[in-house]
Every structure is written in structure tokens, then in C-alpha cells.
Design a protein around this ligand. Sequence first.
Ligand SMILES: Cc1ncc(COP(=O)(O)O)c(C=O)c1O
Length: 453
Amino acid sequence: MVGFASTRSDAASQTADDTGVAWLHTGYFTGDPEQVDPDVAGLIALEQKRQREAVELVASENFVSRAVLAAQGSVFTNKTVVGYPGRRFHAGAEWADALERLAIERACAAFGCGFANVQPHSGIQANLAVFRALLSPEDVVLSMSGETGGHFSHGGVSNLSGAMARAVFYGVERDSELIDYDELRRLAETHCPKLIVAGGAAYPRAIDFAALRAIADGIGAKLLVDIAHFAGLVVAGAHPHPFPFADIVTTTTYKSLRGARGGLILTNDGSLVERLEKATSPGVQGSPLLHAVAAKAICLGEVLRPEFTAYGHAVLANARVFAAELMARGVRVLTSGTDTPLVVADLKPLGLLGQPIVESLDRAGITCNRCEIPFDDTDPALSSGLRFGLSAGTTRGLSIDSVREVAGWIAELVASHAAGSPEVAAREADIKARAAALMAPLPLYAMTGAGLR
Ligand SMILES: Cc1ncc(COP(=O)(O)O)c(C=O)c1O
């Protein structure tokens, strides 16, 4: 690896003996990555090229604005604070306080709620904070099962949340593949959970928040709605709003919301605010990533603009066309459609597994991920499903016609696999060329070396 000091021409002429602070003369405050560290700079450039040329259908990704990207690289990177605005452990927090207050104000405006915590480092941190605030290990939490689309941070055994409460899981109806609200009510009445969790990683349909509120009220439970995948659609008015039904809403900020990586906790219940604050920090994390808070503030400003309303509706329209085209081309889609940016394809009727198709699509310049299918006992490491998200492609400007075309390519490649065609590799190469030709002209950050200018 290339060292920090060795890549700058002025490093050779000045040493620690000359200055006592040699690092200040090695491009420390002035060098760009391509000058200071060509190894990392090269990888950034390659990733930028990949992002430019691939059809990005990973549901948990998006392309942030240049301003969000710049804020992530701002001097707020350097500031440490612990606590909340006006109540910090470290001095020098005047501008950090102003920044966090601005982000909170915008989060409340975007989601129409009274209180927001913008500190969670990620969606899981946000969910863990809610669990810590509301639950003890002997309490029951009622969440959607992973195989029917729930998220593992809602009490899954693989996650710390699974040790923070005793999880009971609800699922979907076999025929409609929609949440089984009767089963949910039965489980709630039987197990008396202290918390009911809705929202997930692979459930494509709108959730009946009012029905969940009624069930929660019937047993005195709190209702948490994790809107990570459809938060942007909620803000845009393209999806039902979880408030006033939810006691607490959590979300990630980097999927359909199109912001920096991170999480938010939102509520209208003032009596929960202090508990949620303490549970977040020092409960499950320490000082906030203020550079990410700066980026969240910019994102939350962006989502309040009229363009974002158009974006949210375009994501939904693209997702629906994508689902319809897959179905028209012989690929089964869970619930026969979507109300969110998510589309889940079921490969079982075609006798295929998810993971090998994900890898084949990747070779063809189309990125997505595998996904479990309800009532399917295939090894989750292979799975029978493919999960797609239309948030990122829509940001790049994919039109309805282009989305239809891409769905056609996917169906074409899937059909080749199903037919055991010897032409699969040639088809992958052909689609990769078509994908690059479609995507490369669409807007993205200017490419200048590793720089993000
Ligand atoms: C519904 C849901 N909640 C939480 C998360 C976790 O987010 P993170 O990876 O930022 O912790 C995800 C991740 O994609 C998710 O889909």
C-alpha cells in the first residue's frame, strides 16, 4: 500500500526535523485522495464507474445529491458531541447544536410529527433504541417474520433485538400473500405483546396501519412502524402515512428517502421522547456522526421541495410497471404487484434459486439481491426470490419505457436459465452492453479521477 507521506512531492524535501510537524507538509490539509492515496482513490473511481454503468435495483440503495455527498465529507466529521442540543458533554457545540436542531425541525416537517431523533447511525440502531426504551427481555414483541418480509432488527435471533425481548412472529396469508391480520390479532390476544412492530425489508404492499392500531389498543401495546423502504413515498404522499396510527416510526434515511446512510426515530408522543433519547445515546450508541447529521439535514431539506413529491410518485409508478412487465414475461411477482418501491419475484415456479440468478444478473450489469419467499423452505442462503427496488434507478432518470425494457432483460435472462440454455453467458454479456448503453448517459456526479467533483 502507498503510504500517506510518500505520495506528495513536497514530502521529500521537508522532514519532521525541519518543521516538527511533518504531517502538515505532506498534503494533510490540502491533498485529494488521488494525490494522497492512489490505492483508495483507484477503488473509488472503479466504484463510481460501476455505479454509472449498472442498472441499480438493490432496494436499499439510492444516489444522494452532490450536496448530501459534500456534507458527508464536511468538517462536521471532526466534531465530537455527546448528548442532545443544548445539553452536550463537550464544548464547542454551538454549530453542532444548530445543525442538529435544523435536521430535527426538517424531519418533523417532512413526517408531520412533533419529535424526531436524528442521531441513529443506522436503521438497526434506531430499532434497537426503541426496543431498549420500551422493552425488557421478559417482554413480548410481536413482529413480522423474516421469511414473510420482516426485518431481523425487529426481534430476530440473529440480531441483538432478539435478546432484548421475547419475539413472537406473524406472517402473511398463503393465498393473497398479504399480512394475515386475523392471525396477528390472535397472536396479540394470546401473547399480550408490549410492542407490535410493522414494516419490513421485503413486504411490498401497504400495511393497514389503522387495523394494527386497533389491535394494539385492544391489548394496551405500543405500535412501532419501520418505514425504511417506503419513507420517501410517505413524504411524497405516494403511500399511506403511519401517523397518527403509530406510536413510534423508525426509518433509514438512504433508501427511498434518498439521503445519507443513517436512521431516524419519530414520534408524536412527548412522554416517550426522553426514554428514546437516552436509549439512543448512551443506550445503544455514543456520539452522533455529525457529518451524517449534516447530510441528513440536507436530504430532509430536499424532501420538503415539490420535486421530491414528483420523485416519490415516479418511484411508485416505475415499481408498478416493473412488476407488471415481469409478470407479463412469465415471472411470478409476490402479491402480483406493489405499493412501495419494492418488487419481489418468485423463481420457484421456474425451478430456479435466487442467489445464482442474482450473480448472473450482476454479470449482466443489473444489481439486486436474493430474498426469501413465504411458505418456502429453500435454504435462505440461496432463496427462491429476487428483491428489486426502483428508488435508485428513478433518481438517475429511468423512464417508464426504460424500466419496462430492463424488466424484459431480466425476464429474458431468467428464461434462459429456466430453459438450461447454453447461451446464458452470451446473453449476460449482451445485456451488460445494453445496460451500460442505457445507464451511462444518465446523469450522475462528474467523473474526474477519484474525485467527486
Ligand atoms: C425495514 C428495515 N429496517 C431496518 C433496516 C436496517 O438498516 P441499517 O442497515 O441501516 O441498519 C433495514 C435495512 O435495509 C430495513 O429494510
